[in-house]
Design a protein around this ligand. Structure first.
Ligand code: CIR
Length: 255
């Protein structure tokens, strides 16, 4: 989680039509813009030099750049997102990755992988199979990661969940924040697990960047838990992106 740079994409007006599993009403565009600005400010205060890509009206979910690529100091991996309406997003970020990284690997068809299913831990990268990430994609990704010298393991996103990281995220070198149903996953066996308090499950997706931990403002018991753990927490409003099933890691690529 030691990073110097990030990529984000400005929200398009079409973001209000973003994909969602259950409809709790469209996000409010202006409120979402405000929340996205605050997120960008937080990345900057964590010390990241941030590239802001232009909005893409044809792709409502394109602010969630995390799903289309993985970035490491060794290079980038261009992914093939699983949702039909999101597949063109990879092409839209390709030129930027080629400018910023000497090496850009790709997932060959027909495999599918969403970056939201990929959790980078200190000792291994965990790839969660889901409705978006299939076995063929996961195997191809494991090969790309191996080319960067990174070990990976395959896990399963709990039933009904969108992405693996909707339910877990890295807090620090030794610690993950997890929902109860992921707490006993083998991949976390050697780590300290902070379990999200019952009823606050959407709070499981936090974003550690350098000395700061970005967390959703709407979940006081989780904020307390992280605070007691000793994290320097930056609470951010996420009400609008939550209406389209997103969390804090989704809105940037960091390296
Ligand atoms: C989608 O369903 O693809 C978007 N509405 C939400 C994507 C969230 N991305 C993420 O968790 N990495």
């Amino acid at each position: 989680y030691s990073f110097t740079a990030a990529i984000v994409r400005a929200p398009s007006h079409s973001v209000v039509h973003g994909l969602r599993a259950a409809d709790h009403g469209n996000p409010d565009y202006h409120e979402l813009l405000k929340q996205h600005d605050a997120y960008r400010d937080a990345l900057r205060s964590a010390g990241l030099e941030t590239t802001v890509l232009p909005p893409l009206e044809d792709y409502p979910d394109s602010i969630f750049v995390e799903d289309v690529a993985l970035v490491f100091s060794q290079g980038a991996i261009l992914l093939r997102p699983g949702a039909a309406t999101r597949q063109g997003e990879s092409e839209q970020i390709k030129a930027t990755l080629n400018e910023l990284f000497a090496t850009v690997l790709t997932i060959p068809p027909p495999g599918r992988v969403d970056g939201g299913d990929v959790l980078v831990l200190p000792e291994a990268v965990v790839i969660g199979l889901s409705g978006r990430t299939d076995r063929t994609g996961a195997a191809a990704l494991a090969d790309c990661l191996a080319a960067f010298g990174l070990r990976s393991e395959i896990a399963r996103t709990p039933p009904g969940g969108l992405h693996f990281k909707s339910e877990c995220s890295l807090v620090d070198e030794e610690t993950v924040l997890v929902t109860r149903r992921l707490a006993s996953l083998t991949a976390f066996a050697k780590m300290r697990r902070l379990v999200v308090p019952e009823g606050e499950e959407p709070a499981a997706n936090v974003l550690r960047i350098n000395h700061l931990l970005l967390a959703s403002a709407g979940y006081p018991r989780t904020l307390d838990l992280l605070d007691q753990h000793g994290s320097t927490v930056v609470p951010l409003e996420t009400s609008e992106i939550e209406k389209i099933d997103a969390g804090l890691t989704c809105m940037s690529l960091r390296w």
